[in-house]
Ligand binder design. Structure first.
Ligand code: GLC
Length: 630
């Protein structure tokens, strides 16, 4: 009898349990209803969240050493791939998709199933990914003064990023670089804020156009071929003392709001979803702890509705020594208005510290709720809740011919012709496609890594040709000249080799090796060796055009007289064919300098409009050529 009663009781309890689960599964959850108003979804979700679930949303971790279980157990809301942080060397788009989906399933296995947003530095194409299209860096794109081109580049980049399962790009960099000694000057479109404002068309390119029914100034990301963008680095990153990276930008209010700020207003108006704080300081105040500028101006004055993300360990650099007082860094940055922290590794320390700060009410829950609401607004508005996982359907678009042709167009328009013919002589360019024998020389003529620059496959970029797929300038020349033209390539020829070679003319490609961030800071800006020597050896013996591959203007005066022609090609990326297109006259040179080309470093900083403006080549300068008849 007793045994029967126990059995019946157990069965009854089990029935009650399954019924409750069943009801729970049928309970209407407004936040999961895509037809519900965005505000209602946010309010409904946030009221269901525990403190730990909220803290998880404001953390962004690097994918390295990350697992789906960590994501699930700590409710992590965002991951990133730092430059070079890839699922495997030369990983296919499908492998990227599998990696991101695996992490996403960790987030979707939590109680509230809030999807991850995964970010990456797709700053000149999807540049971490093998075979992706690598577009010219911003220093060249600013030369084009072509917002439509930039928008198309944004769309192509977003397509390739989404093809790999990623939904967030840390671009555009809208720094206004005012001193080319800055290692990141090539990430800046121009010294002129008006050009940088023009280039914010990358935002609708990446995110999509705000629909007529939408509201300007509100984060908008439209569809599975678009990504959330990130205007960076707020604010004044390009104006530091002597271009010293992450240093102090001492600037008048007039210059702050007329030089460094305008492009942020354009970006917000165009619906940019996120803004990244700068490592640098503004008039002595660390931007990551600058409440007046993050909350007072960006959120309260400009009504920015997206989220502000820190830079990589950006909060750790608030203190004079990295990470010297992490609790203080968390407190100051979150109270200042940072909404998501790129931690990127020590998540348990961050979680423990911020939990204590909240429980002690040092950080009020209202600040955490504001940050979480902003993050949820972006995630809801970009459809992540409805479509958190990716398939392979876009994978074949990575590095597609269509995108490479677009990059080739951008290369053509980014070139600046600074000299064409010695005094009293005929112009050298465009070069004839048909010539008995030509010489191609220089360290940068056949080096895909050099022509792509930093932020390509690896953070600091790479040397050589096997980092990814593309067309070197040498290959492009071989593709373009008449089959009867003999092309001789020698990286560092001697003058006797040149003299005895019987060459009708030479193409010399020299410049800077790749670099990124502080490693690119440079106080002398001389043309790196062996460039000067190659110019000397070649141009002393035969008519030559020198093509400079660099992230910025360099000291060129000592060699200028020897050259018959000089082209600034900046960092053209994977599609070197664009250089040959213009060199041989299939297209004319159209580019105009978007940066002042100084004479001597001791003139710096020197920007258009400055008193005592005495450049080698002024802002806006650029010679043109007619199309070739051959
Ligand atoms: C870097 C850069 C920033 C980048 C971030 C994530 O240090 O400052 O531009 O988006 O870290 O890689």
């Amino acid at each position: 009898m007793a045994r029967t009663s126990i059995f019946l009781l157990g069965a009854l309890l089990l029935l009650c349990f399954w019924t409750s689960i069943g009801e729970a599964n049928t309970e209407y959850l407004e936040y999961k209803d895509p037809s519900a108003p965005l505000g209602a979804r946010i309010r409904d979700l946030i009221k269901r969240m525990t403190l730990q679930e909220k803290i998880g949303q404001i953390i962004q971790l690097d994918r390295a050493n990350m697992t789906a279980d960590i994501i699930k157990n700590y409710y992590i809301g965002s991951l990133l791939s730092a430059a070079g942080s890839v699922p495997a060397p030369k990983a296919s788009p499908q492998k990227w998709v599998d990696m991101v989906n695996d992490f996403q399933k960790g987030a979707l296995s939590t109680r509230l199933r809030i999807p991850l947003i995964y970010g990456i530095d797709a700053v000149h194409g999807h540049n971490n990914v093998y075979r992706a299209t690598i577009f010219p860096h911003n220093v060249g794109l600013g030369v084009t003064r072509d917002p439509d081109l930039i928008k198309r580049i944004g769309a192509a980049t977003a397509f390739e990023v989404r093809a790999t399962g990623i939904s967030y790009a840390f671009a555009p960099c809208i720094a206004v670089c005012r001193d080319p000694r800055w290692g990141r000057c090539y990430e800046s479109y121009s010294e002129d804020p008006k050009i940088v404002q023009m280039m914010t068309e990358l935002v609708p390119g990446l995110q999509g156009d705000i629909p007529a029914t939408g509201r300007k100034g509100v984060p908008y990301v439209g569809g599975k071929e678009k990504v959330a963008a990130c205007a960076k680095h707020y604010v004044g990153d390009g104006g530091t003392i002597n271009g010293i990276n992450e240093n102090n930008t001492i600037v008048s209010q007039y210059d702050l709001f007329h030089i460094h700020m305008p492009a942020y207003l354009d970006s917000i108006y165009k619906g940019v979803a996120t803004i990244m704080a700068s490592y640098s300081s503004l008039n002595g105040v660390k931007m990551h702890a600058n409440r007046a500028m993050l909350t007072g101006y960006l959120k309260n004055k400009l009504k920015f509705r997206g989220f502000i993300i820190s830079d990589w360990q950006g909060i750790d650099r608030i203190t004079p020594t990295l990470h010297e007082n992490y609790t203080y860094s968390i407190q100051e940055s979150i109270l200042a208005g940072i909404d998501m922290v790129m931690v990127p590794y020590n998540y348990t320390e961050f979680i423990n510290d911020i939990t204590t700060l909240i429980e002690k009410n040092v950080i009020p829950m209202s600040r955490i709720d504001d940050a979480v609401k902003r993050i949820l607004r972006v995630k809801f508005s970009m459809g992540l809740f409805e479509a958190p996982l990716t398939d392979y359907s876009l994978a074949d678009k990575v590095g597609s011919k269509e995108h490479r042709e677009l990059a080739r167009e951008a290369v053509r328009k980014s070139l600046v012709l600074l000299k064409n013919g010695k005094a009293g002589a005929q112009p050298l360019l465009p070069l004839p496609k048909k010539a008995p024998k030509i010489l191609v020389a220089g360290t940068h003529a056949d080096n895909l890594g050099y022509q792509c620059g930093g932020w390509t496959i690896e953070w600091q970029g790479l040397d050589g040709n096997n980092l990814t797929e593309g067309t070197t300038i040498l290959k492009a020349i071989l593709n373009t000249v008449d089959p009867s033209t003999k092309v001789v390539y020698k990286k560092e020829p001697t003058s006797s080799f040149v003299k005895s070679g019987g060459f009708s003319h030479a193409i010399v490609v020299v410049g800077e090796p790749p670099y990124a961030e502080t490693k690119g800071d440079n106080t002398n800006l001389t043309l790196p060796l062996p460039g000067p020597d190659t110019i000397q050896q070649v141009c002393g013996e035969v008519k030559c055009v020198v093509i400079v591959i660099s992230g910025r203007p360099l000291v060129i005066e000592p060699y200028l007289a020897k050259m018959d022609a000089l082209v600034a090609a900046w960092l053209p990326g994977s599609e070197g064919q664009g250089v040959a297109d213009v060199l041989f006259g299939d297209y004319g040179f159209t580019g105009k300098l978007a940066r002042t080309w100084f004479k001597r470093v001791d003139q710096l900083p020197m920007n258009v409009g400055d008193p005592n403006y005495d450049p080698m080549f002024p802002f806006g300068f650029g010679l043109t050529t007619t199309l070739s008849s051959s």
